[in-house]
Design a protein around this ligand. Structure first.
Ligand code: SF4
Ligand code: SF4
Length: 274
């Protein structure tokens, strides 16, 4: 088959005309994929459908063109994951609550965000920051003879406690951020020396393209913004490439003036009724 796309990007599979090929097999698993389909929704009830025959849904409120109908999960913007679907559910609940109270569904509270220092003592962090070089652990699976014979048999068995613990130790603590306060920095370069990934550089500011190349470890990932501090007393700036930071906290451990601090980022989604 050839995949042929029309002017709207819709794909059709067109036979190429070649001879059919027969393959012997003991068992055939048919993978048909999945897509949204709304033929059961009558088209004269005020619901507008757009591209891919999907309902037109507001990205903030999840409200359709019919004010009392909301979409979330795969039905809103196409296949995603279950976490996204749950997040949509929270947002839809806020919209429905506001609608039922006669308020503007767009008038919703912003999520709560907080940064909290994780320093407990001089050499003590409230999170485990040791670097693990382990590769991803493979989740054990049930015997294929059993899983192929009975589709109701769970394929992934899950980790046992000790492997699960090791896998959890690979966490990069992305919720714990390096926070830099330029006013405290005495430009001793101690953080530069200790950073295991060379992601901190003190240098003269300049155009981003050349600045990226002048860093101790050149920052080639253009999708990742650089952090550039305010100008420091020596007229240099501190530049950090978050792309390679391990969140190990060594910079904050070494800094004599607490110009670096490790702070945990908390995101609290606003709930319906708040
Ligand atoms: S947290 Fe670790 S890897 Fe990140 S900047 Fe500090 S020393 Fe470097
Ligand atoms: S260790 Fe602290 S004071 Fe020294 S250069 Fe780094 S941030 Fe500045």
């Amino acid at each position: 088959m050839d995949a042929v796309y029309d002017e709207e990007g819709q794909r059709s599979l067109i036979p190429t005309g070649e001879d059919l090929v027969f393959m012997e097999a003991d068992a055939v698993l048919i993978a048909i994929g999945q897509e949204n389909s709304f033929p059961w929704i009558e088209r004269d009830i005020g619901l507008e459908f757009g591209k891919w025959d999907m309902p037109v849904v507001d990205e903030l409120t999840f409200q359709s063109s019919h004010e009392q109908v909301f979409f979330g999960g795969d039905s809103a913007f196409g296949p995603e994951n279950i976490i996204t679907a749950v997040a949509h559910g929270h947002q839809v609940a806020i919209s429905i609550d506001l609608l039922c109270r006669g308020e503007d569904v767009r008038n919703r509270l912003a999520p709560g965000v907080t940064l909290l220092s994780q320093k407990m003592g001089v050499h003590e962090w409230s999170y485990d920051n040791a670097i693990e070089a382990d590769l991803r652990f493979i989740v054990p699976q049930a015997d294929k003879k059993k899983t192929l014979a009975d589709r109701k048999v769970e394929v992934e068995l899950g980790f046992d406690i000790s492997t699960g613990f090791k896998e959890a130790q690979r966490c990069l603590n992305c919720d714990v951020q390096t926070v830099f306060e330029a006013v405290r920095c005495i430009e001793c370069d101690a953080c530069v020396d200790i950073c295991p990934t060379d992601c901190i550089t003190f240098t003269a500011n300049g155009e981003e393209e050349t600045l990226r190349e002048r860093l101790t470890a050149p920052a080639g990932n253009l999708a990742q913004d650089l952090y550039v501090s305010e100008v420091l007393p020596t007229t240099r700036v501190m530049v950090k490439d978050e792309n390679v930071c391990l969140h190990c906290g060594l910079c904050a451990e070494r800094c004599p003036t607490t110009a670096w601090d490790m702070q945990k980022f908390l995101y609290n989604v606003t709930m319906a009724g708040q």
